[in-house]
Design a protein around this ligand. Structure first.
Ligand code: KG4
Ligand code: ZN
Length: 394
């Protein structure tokens, strides 16, 4: 394992509609998140009911430099130094990011190279135009500040978010307790992915199953749109479902639990959304516009998704005789899902790891911790010949 004293990591993620930058520091064997900024584009995309990649890309271009400045300021790493920099290959690295190039050169002309040791960035999976902005930005910084770069898979980052402090990071040896944890079954549930993964160790993954159509979060987003609840769907559906009165309720809705009885570990959620649409269309206008109906539907669709996820995940844990269940991704922020997974884990006598809610949805701290694990194995390369892969597999 690589030896080091102090290490400061700058992490970037622009895989979808959030512009994320984090700064992590490992000092005297203690890992700390010094800054973790997520600039959400929710308001912009809410107007369209979903994410528009070209719009998201433009926003990333606008956001990255101001967020970098804020992150460095928060960590006392932003130091003024007026100069005229030599552009060198900067223009070439950012040839497809004209706006970002202008903003970045102004920034680099005004500030010193900060005390950062390593840059890390998500290269996939995600929306290709969005990924490129973050990757080109990270490449430009890596080139200009002459720092090594580590390339990260967004899915692995969602899983390793479980090792972010203050919870599970063991400063002596972060990989120390792995005998107690592995093998593990991991579930990544986000807006773009629903995957069950067998994890034998850090870096050793095998996909057991995944969604054949919509991801769980995508299903919640589409259902929210049908119900007129806005975007993103997950949080509003959770909110509406929580307000459903439990007693004297007269409007039963029963949705399917797609593929729940099939022996494989794949998922399918597009039929669930269609079932919601049919039910919605077949209701009288007065019923479907009532709060009661919306709340009942929100609760039922949320439970249908949780039922399928729990059933398949615990079946995989049994079949592969795993010690731990690890979950991550935006949908793992759902309170009902977290509670029911926890209860089932206690019953099944397996460990259960879920990140704090703020680290379930997209963020760059999770990219930083993942890079740290890769760094310990000796990874770190120069900025040239880096490509994104929108369909990158774990
Ligand atoms: O991981 P994430 O931030 O981005 C992707 O990598 O896709 O996940 C976003 C997804 C969205 O579909 C959103 O509706 C869902 O996570 N989500 C939730 C909750 N918060 C976000 N779903 C259910 N309950 C929540 N509290
Ligand atoms: Zn994500």
């Amino acid at each position: 394992m690589k030896q080091f004293n102090n290490l400061t990591i700058l992490a970037v993620d622009t895989s979808c509609d959030d512009t994320c930058i984090a700064i992590l520091e490992i000092r005297s064997l203690k890992l700390e998140i010094l800054s973790n900024i997520v600039s959400s584009q929710v308001k912009l995309h809410a107007r369209y009911g979903g994410v528009y990649p070209t719009l998201a890309k433009r926003e990333h271009q606008k956001n990255l430099v101001p967020i970098l400045k804020t992150a460095l300021k928060e960590t006392n790493l932003l130091k003024k130094e007026e100069k005229r920099i030599r552009i060198g290959k900067l223009k070439e690295v950012l040839k497809k990011e004209n706006y970002l190039f202008k903003k970045l050169t102004v920034f680099l002309n005004q500030y010193q190279k900060p005390k950062i040791d390593l840059i890390t960035v998500t290269i996939g999976p995600g929306l290709e135009p969005c990924l490129w902005v973050g990757v080109n930005f990270a490449k430009a910084l890596s080139y200009f500040w002459n720092l090594p770069i580590i390339l990260i898979n967004h899915i692995e980052a969602h899983l390793l978010a479980n090792w972010l402090p203050p919870i599970r990071f063991d400063p002596q040896l972060p990989i120390a307790n792995h005998q107690l944890l592995f093998p593990a079954v991991c579930l990544v549930v986000s807006g773009g992915h629903t995957q069950l993964i067998l994890m034998k160790d850090f870096g050793k993954y095998k996909i057991l199953g995944e969604t054949r159509d919509d991801a769980a979060g995508e299903c919640l987003d589409k259902v929210a749109r049908i119900l007129g609840l806005g975007y993103p769907g997950g949080p509003v559906i959770e909110e509406e479902a929580a307000q459903l009165p439990i007693t004297n309720y007269q409007l039963p809705i029963e949705l399917p639990r797609p593929m729940i009885n099939q022996k494989n570990f794949d998922f399918s959620f597009s039929g669930l959304k269609t079932a919601v649409l049919y039910d919605f269309k077949n209701r009288l206008l007065r019923v479907r516009q009532s709060r009661k109906y919306i709340r009942a539907m929100a609760a039922e669709v949320q439970q249908a998704i949780v039922d399928v996820l729990i059933n398949k995940t615990f079946r995989a844990a049994k079949e592969f005789n795993t010690k731990t269940i690890i979950i991550g991704g935006g949908v793992a922020a759902n309170e009902k899902l977290r509670k029911q997974f926890k209860v089932q884990s206690l019953k099944s006598k397996v460990n259960f790891l879920v990140p704090p809610k703020e680290f379930c949805t997209d963020n760059a701290a999770m990219v930083g911790i993942t890079a740290f694990f890769h760094y310990l194995k000796g990874e770190g390369r120069d900025w040239q010949k880096i490509l994104v892969n929108a369909n990158l597999r774990i």
